[in-house]
Design a protein around this ligand. Structure first.
Ligand code: FES
Length: 123
């Protein structure tokens, strides 16, 4: 099982779990205001280690649209398939003053994911 480190804690997570869900399960009230469809960017995180070298097209398009590419990743578009350390969870229920974190995300990445090497997306 891959290890996720977030908020100073490390834990094993089920392989294939969406990163946004794994972070929430770790007790961090991360935003997912669009329900995990790569539309809102409230699930954005910065990696300290283990940033995936692939990205969904939906993530790439949203990050470039919002001028966030190269700074953040969308945790709703990432699955836990290797060890990862999160340096920053940018938007949480408490730091944004939300009453909840957002609609529950589906188990599988939405919209249906094709993971593309980042080099290919930026070529
Ligand atoms: S972009 Fe909205 S939850 Fe990820």
């Amino acid at each position: 099982m891959p290890t996720l480190t977030v908020d100073g804690k490390s834990m094993e997570v089920d392989a294939g779990k969406r990163l946004v869900q794994a972070i929430e399960d770790a007790g961090v009230e991360i935003g997912h205001r669009c329900g995990g469809f790569a539309r809102c960017t409230t699930c954005r995180v910065a990696f300290s280690e283990g940033e995936p070298a692939t990205m969904t097209r939906a993530e790439y398009e949203k990050l470039t649209e919002r001028d966030l590419f190269g700074q953040y990743r969308l945790s709703c578009q990432i699955v836990c398939d290797h060890d990862m350390s999160i340096g920053e969870v940018a938007m949480t229920k408490s730091n944004q003053g939300w009453t909840d974190t957002g609609p529950a995300v589906e188990a599988a990445v939405t919209p249906e994911a094709t993971f593309v090497p980042i080099d290919e997306l930026t070529a």
